[in-house]
Design a protein around this ligand. Sequence first.
Ligand code: PGA
Length: 256
Amino acid sequence: MAMIKRPFVIGNWKMNLTLVRGIEFAKLLKDSLHGKDGIMCGVCPPFIFLKEICKILEDSNVCVAAQNIHSEKYGAYTGEVSALMIKEVGCTHVLIGHSERRHIFHEDDSFINAKIKTALSVNLKPIFCVGEMLDEREAGRTKDVIRNQLVRGLRDVRADQLKEIVIAYEPVWAIGTGKTALPEQADEVHSFIRNTITNEYDKNLAKSIYILYGGSVKPENAKELTDQSEIDGLLVGGASILFESFLKIIEVVSKG
Ligand code: PGA
């Protein structure tokens, strides 16, 4: 990881925890990170918890991200939640293009691109997820898949807007499977992502942008992943649900 960057560790609770446990978690996290500036940290609670969790974390160094938004700012979209709404309750970030959204809910690159642009238009920072499936990796298509997801997802996003985006590389075969990418394997794709950003935008921007790794991150492998030169932080799913394991991950990757 580049020396100047503080690691960014964000926990995606997915459709887990209860409001009571989420509140308890947020309070513990706020207290544990008080005064610690060697790390940036965040959580992605379910929509219905966001208001409460944002309230607890508003004067803390822990940011709150929603797990999803719709691409429209308002309108007749029964069951959906807009960027404006999550911004209003205090979120600063939003996950966009998570593999579970892509594969279970069939979200395509153009929908993801529309969501990214909407998030940016209301000053929400997208955490833009990309990643290949196992058959794509085995067919030697990882780089093509990642390049397409990046280029299509970022269509019409300007350089000054890209600065606000965090990219997360999450190989689909490593999510929730216990199979982590080898640190060197992940680093190679991170480096490819940075090169793609260099080609599409410029080198300094590519250097400064945060690229997180996600996929079966746990306390035991967190450090070796963030020790890689191109890995700026972690997007943690399963191991972010238990406060103790999430805190352990934060501790092992923290820079002081
Ligand atoms: P996992 O999930 O850590 O449980 O593999 C990661 C993610 O989906 O972001």
